[in-house]
Design a protein around this ligand. Structure first.
Ligand SMILES: *[C@@H]1O[C@H](CO)[C@@H](O)[C@H](O)[C@H]1NC(C)=O
Ligand SMILES: *[C@@H]1O[C@H](CO)[C@@H](O)[C@H](O)[C@H]1NC(C)=O
Ligand SMILES: *[C@@H]1O[C@H](CO)[C@@H](O)[C@H](O)[C@H]1NC(C)=O
Ligand SMILES: *[C@@H]1O[C@H](CO)[C@@H](O)[C@H](O)[C@H]1NC(C)=O
Ligand SMILES: *[C@@H]1O[C@H](CO)[C@@H](O)[C@H](O)[C@H]1NC(C)=O
Ligand SMILES: *[C@@H]1O[C@H](CO)[C@@H](O)[C@H](O)[C@H]1NC(C)=O
Ligand SMILES: *[C@@H]1O[C@H](CO)[C@@H](O)[C@H](O)[C@H]1NC(C)=O
Ligand SMILES: *[C@@H]1O[C@H](CO)[C@@H](O)[C@H](O)[C@H]1NC(C)=O
Length: 320
């Protein structure tokens, strides 16, 4: 018993610094995967086997509370493709956050999509919640610094996480890229009004940080929204404005031009709590990067790396 108390005491300050609550037994035990490794694992969530990838930073130590990112692929995507796209396991962008890549299941449209997409039928909020609990129970997680990012419909799902009464309280900040924020209950073209459509959003806390990216030449998920796949997509300016309104940040954004882009601007509310990076008029349905990635095929490069800005944004926000 004394030895156990001594052990807990030894690591006590680490938890305090990370603001951890009640996960003391995990920190200091043996991690399920070695530092510096990438692994595929499965979890039985709501009775269904779900696959996910786990990337553990090279210098990870099980006795140091560590930041965490969940990353969601786009429709039809995979763990491997999202990992290659977001660059979060590359030292240029991230060396100290554990990264989890979740795999969506094939829905009725034959594509791997997430809850909220037209024809989606799996409980991905439940999957996310169960997986968060598992990762938090296996690794020494800094619970104040857990983040979510995703591409396209995976970005749309990140929007859902931010709007969820429970999960909005587990993630400290959200960064959707070229997000497809479907309202799949609006099934008629005539009822799709991208600049005034209802967006179901019931976050469980105030002051939720949102950093969204979108390109003006996106012909998959238009910047101006519209009817798609028998569902309705919001105008992205309206979507971000709704976040500002929800968080009482006012109707007026501060716009600042992004150097080296074709009309790219940061549209900022509340001093940066809510921000839309408009990538520029020439940027299609891409993950913005200054170099070739699987989205841009070496064309339509931007002057900035979305991943760098996402990491900066995550670094500036923590749960209280
Ligand atoms: C998953 O869990 C359910 C109960 O929640 C169980 O019926 C099922 O057999 C499990 N599946 C696997 C593959 O373990
Ligand atoms: C964590 O454990 C390693 C040995 O595994 C030790 O060298 C290091 O000092 C420990 N760090 C803390 C913060 O306790
Ligand atoms: C979410 O929280 C509400 C109460 O705020 C609770 O009733 C509900 O069961 C929770 N859902 C999940 C999936 O944990
Ligand atoms: C979609 O719009 C309907 C009204 O047509 C609204 O009741 C519902 O909450 C919206 N759902 C989402 C997911 O935004
Ligand atoms: C900022 O940009 C948004 C989106 O393009 C636009 O609606 C708004 O009028 C701009 N605000 C100012 C002050 O220029
Ligand atoms: C635009 O926003 C990004 C991400 O927050 C930031 O790094 C960059 O400095 C901003 N640029 C301008 C011109 O405001
Ligand atoms: C570059 O963007 C243009 C639209 O501005 C698009 O037509 C073209 O397919 C894009 N190239 C690639 C490789 O994505
Ligand atoms: C973007 O990332 C690439 C790859 O790490 C790097 O070479 C490049 O300098 C970065 N560009 C900017 C503007 O940070």
């Amino acid at each position: 018993m004394a030895a156990l108390l001594g052990f807990l005491g030894l690591f006590g300050s680490t938890y305090a610094a990370g603001g951890l609550g009640g996960r003391a037994s995990v920190c200091g035990s043996v991690p399920p995967f070695a530092p510096g490794s990438f692994n595929i694992d499965v979890i039985n969530a709501s009775g269904i086997e779900r696959e996910y990838g786990v990337w553990v930073p090279k210098h990870y130590q099980q006795n140091v509370s560590t930041k965490l990112i969940f990353s969601y692929h786009g429709a039809g995507g995979t763990i491997a493709r999202q990992r290659a796209l977001d660059g979060l396991t590359e030292p240029a962008f991230n060396t100290d956050h554990i990264v989890i890549y979740l795999q969506g299941l094939e829905n009725d449209d034959g594509k791997t999509t997430w809850e909220g997409a037209p024809q989606a039928k799996f409980d991905d909020l439940g999957f996310t919640s169960d997986l968060l609990n598992r990762i938090d129970g296996e690794f020494c997680i800094d619970e104040r610094h857990i983040y979510a990012t995703g591409k396209s419909q995976g970005g749309g799902f990140v929007g859902r996480l931010a709007c969820d009464p429970n999960l909005s309280k587990r993630f400290a900040a959200f960064a959707p890229v070229s997000g497809a924020y479907y309202n799949a209950s609006i099934t008629k073209r005539a009822e799709c009004h991208p600049q005034s459509m209802p967006i179901l959003c019931d976050p469980g806390r105030k002051d939720i940080p949102i950093l969204a990216f979108h390109g003006g030449a996106d012909d998959t998920v238009s910047y101006f929204g519209g009817y798609r796949k028998k569902a309705c997509l919001p105008d992205i300016r309206y979507w971000i404005g709704q976040w500002s309104e929800r968080e009482s940040l006012g109707e007026t954004a501060v716009n600042s031009s992004i150097a080296g882009t074709n009309g790219g601007i940061n549209i900022t509310y509340g001093g940066g709590l809510v921000k839309l990076v408009f990538d520029g008029w020439n940027i299609p349905h891409d993950w913005p990067a200054t170099f070739e990635n699987s989205d841009n095929g070496g064309q339509n490069l931007t002057s900035f790396n979305a991943t760098t800005w996402i990491m900066e944004f995550f670094g500036a926000h923590a749960l209280g």
